[in-house]
Write a protein that binds this ligand. Structure first.
Ligand code: APR
Length: 231
């Protein structure tokens, strides 16, 4: 049965009230990436970085999954083949919408990581500078989020899934950040049919066989209904 691999970005959570990065008024308009999303920025001013992620963690915890998150969970449940969701998002809305085994390649806001020993634990709503690691007690706790210049998580698994994909969909991502922006080329090399579901054309739109433009809460349920109706 056909395996579906889906890459999602901030656009799928936009209608749940969570800001995207590069749209009008986006997070990278309000903050400098080098200050809040790099290891150097964290070393320079950990309080600023914790404040940035604390605000996003508190907001994400209050957000509700939208029809797009729910539609992808239904696809996972009802599609006879495997449906793999790889997300660049650090919110938990795919899981809240019913999805399982979501691959968070950029980490998760709800996670804390010890920079000294690598221990991971559930982050408190607001992390403080110098918080001791529960395992090694070093004051080196950081958000378990992948920063620019760091390797995204579970890349080997993701490439294995892309190698087996029959269908690849990119949803709500501007296609400007690698390695995620190149996943469509891996899928094409595997012979997959590719589709982009986005509010507007992404940087990689020309690589896709099919595109559907509009808000994810409209395009994603329609796409899922078509796939499930087709069976
Ligand atoms: N429905 C569908 N798409 C939407 C919606 C919506 N309601 N609102 C916005 N979009 C689209 C925008 O058109 C844009 O193409 O979502 C995309 C969001 O792009 P970005 O803000 O660049 O977010 P993303 O692609 O997820 O960024 C990738 O960059 O900064 C890093 O780690 C960060 O994971 C992030 C990565």
């Amino acid at each position: 049965m056909e395996k579906i691999v889906i890459l999602t970005g901030a656009g799928i959570s936009a209608e749940s009230g969570l800001g995207t990065f590069r749209d009008e008024g986006g997070l990278w308009v309000q903050h400098r990436i080098e200050d809040v999303a790099t290891p150097e920025g964290f070393a320079r001013n950990p309080a600023l970085v914790h404040a940035f992620y604390n605000a996003r963690r508190v907001q994400a915890a209050k957000a509700e999954p939208n029809a797009a998150h729910v539609a992808l969970a239904r696809l996972q449940q009802d599609w006879p083949g495997e449906v793999i969701i790889v997300t660049q998002n650090v919110d938990g809305l795919h899981e809240a919408g019913g999805a399982s085994d979501v691959i968070h390649m950029h980490g998760i806001l709800a996670g804390a990581l010890c920079a000294a020993c690598g221990h991971r634990w559930t982050a408190p709503p607001e992390m403080a500078v110098g918080e001791p690691c529960p395992a090694c007690a070093a004051p080196t706790a950081r958000p378990d989020v992948v920063w620019f210049g760091e390797m995204p998580y579970r890349m080997d698994e993701i490439y294995d899934h892309l190698a087996e994909a029959s269908i690849f969909a990119a949803i709500g991502t501007s296609g400007q950040v690698y390695p995620a922006a190149a996943f469509v080329h891996e899928a094409i090399a595997s012979g997959a049919r590719t589709i982009e579901l986005n509010l507007e054309p992404s940087a990689g739109v020309s690589s896709f066989d099919e595109t559907r433009f509009g808000p994810a809460t409209e395009t994603v349920p329609q796409w899922v209904a078509k796939l499930l109706g087709r069976r």
